[in-house]
Design a binder for this molecule. Sequence first.
Ligand code: KG4
Ligand code: ZN
Length: 334
Amino acid sequence: MDNITILAIETSCDETSAAVIRNGELLSNIVSSQIDIHTLYGGVVPEIASRNHLLSISRVTDKAMETSGVTFNDLNAVGVTYGPGLVGALLVGVSFAKALAYSLGVKLIGVNHMRGHISAAFLAGAKPPFICLVVSGGHTMIVKVKDYNTFELLGQTKDDAAGEAFDKVARVVGLGYPGGPKLDKLAEEGDDEYLSLPRAMLKEDNYDFSFSGIKSAVLNHINSAKMKGDTLDRAGVCASFRKCVCDILVQKTLRAAASHDLKNIAVCGGVACNMLLRRYLKEQCDLLGYKLTIPDNFLCSDNAGMIACSAHYQYLKGDCSGLDLNAAPSLSLN
Ligand code: KG4
Ligand code: ZN
């Protein structure tokens, strides 16, 4: 099969994105972020996200096509994220992709957003099998990537996702939205031993996580400091929280690699932009002789390039969807 060319669409949350991939190589990856709009409300407002996807999707798709240098007639398939995510936001992308695939007479490929995040590691050069830590605003999971189309979920969070916990703590510390990157930056200046926080579930012999107790411990500290009139060491709070979360993420990922006899590790999803997580894992992997792949920040946050990559491998396997494809807000990995 020569020149497999796929256009992919991503609208699961607050980024409207389109990308073109040819033979597994990205030709374009356009992302239009709605962050400025949602910042006014302190978080993503689902209805506003859907409306803005509607306003942007044609423009973003045209730009992705134009940048790629291919024409609509060159396309073999249209890929689209159909879950998990915000139902109204997903529906915009799914309806758009269905109409496009139907009118062009090409295949439609529904892509799982989490599988998309993992596929960013393929774009960055990771070759299966490997252990993948997927950390985003909605999910935290450890996955064994057996090949380009086979994934085994080893464990996941029982409550908050890591990104969600970062965002909530950042809000209480007064950093605003989106909090993860701001907390990460302030943490660079803080003492990571300022607060002693529980390494939840670290000792348990599984690959599951729990972040809500750690988040509550931080919030309790902040509330009691406020009541006592103590000044809060905001950088210390951020540094201690970040260190605690990263300790758990890194230790459990390394443990999964060791017990599955794999020396290749990848980290994907928005939280993979975290500076400490990147440094800490690199240091540990170097020490243990493991190969670590962390895609560039642009490929870790939501983007259609990662969806296009998954669609490429699904196309090779003949894993295509019918025109009855629907949004699946709670779609699981397997
Ligand atoms: O993967 P993503 O772009 O969207 C989802 O699918 O959720 O991840 C967004 C999440 C947000 O919670 C954001 O605060 C977090 O990733 N994030 C970070 C950093 N950059 C983004 N969390 C910690 N440190 C960062 N540098
Ligand atoms: Zn995502």
